[in-house]
Design a protein around this ligand. Structure first.
Ligand code: PNS
Length: 163
């Protein structure tokens, strides 16, 4: 039985993330989505809101669970008894950062393996930041996120006067 973690900020979850979740859920017996509670970033969505959105989107995936985590990813993976870290690779621009992270994690936790899934070409440009930026200028984000996420982004922007 192989349990994997798919960590990220997911602020907010995009169709690109969902593509990775869908594919990783078919490769590993169990997939735990780890939502980072990052004190140094000011996210649009609280960690609990991000967890709720992901839980809603993965309710039809019996082998996927969603948990928040704080601190080191390798500690979270150990606590969850996972042996694999899944990351999506969009383009060569992601590679340097992802390689550094994977190699660092390997040095501090030799028992964990990072597995990269290359992002589906149709999402290779997509990021949470781009989605938030387009939405902040009232652009159409319906092809990037699911309807509930879109509604929640709109509601956040209305609460914050558009930004
Ligand atoms: O979606 P993101 O923001 O690209 O995800 C980055 C994430 C959460 C995977 C990374 O920031 C992380 O693992 N943070 C936890 C702290 C940690 O373990 N840092 C050392 C990694 S080398």
């Amino acid at each position: 039985m192989t349990r994997a973690v798919y960590p990220g900020s997911f602020d907010p979850v995009t169709n690109g993330h969902m593509d990775i979740i869908d594919r990783a859920s078919k490769i590993f017996d169990e997939l735990i989505i780890g939502v980072l509670l990052n004190q140094s970033k000011k996210p649009m969505f609280s960690v609990d809101e991000r967890v709720n959105l992901l839980e809603h989107l993965t309710e039809n995936y019996p082998n996927v669970t969603v948990k928040k985590f704080d601190g080191l990813l390798v500690d979270f993976a150990h606590k969850e008894d996972a042996r694999v870290i899944v990351r999506g690779l969009r383009a060569v621009t992601d590679f340097e950062y992802e390689l550094q992270m994977a190699q660092t994690n390997k040095v501090i936790a030799d028992d964990l393996e990072t597995v990269f899934l290359t992002t589906n070409l149709k999402y290779s440009y997509l990021s949470s930041s781009i989605v938030k930026e387009i939405a902040s200028y009232d652009g159409d984000i319906r092809q990037f996120v699911d309807p509930q996420t879109e509604a929640e982004i709109r509601s956040k922007l209305n609460d914050n006067g558009g930004k």
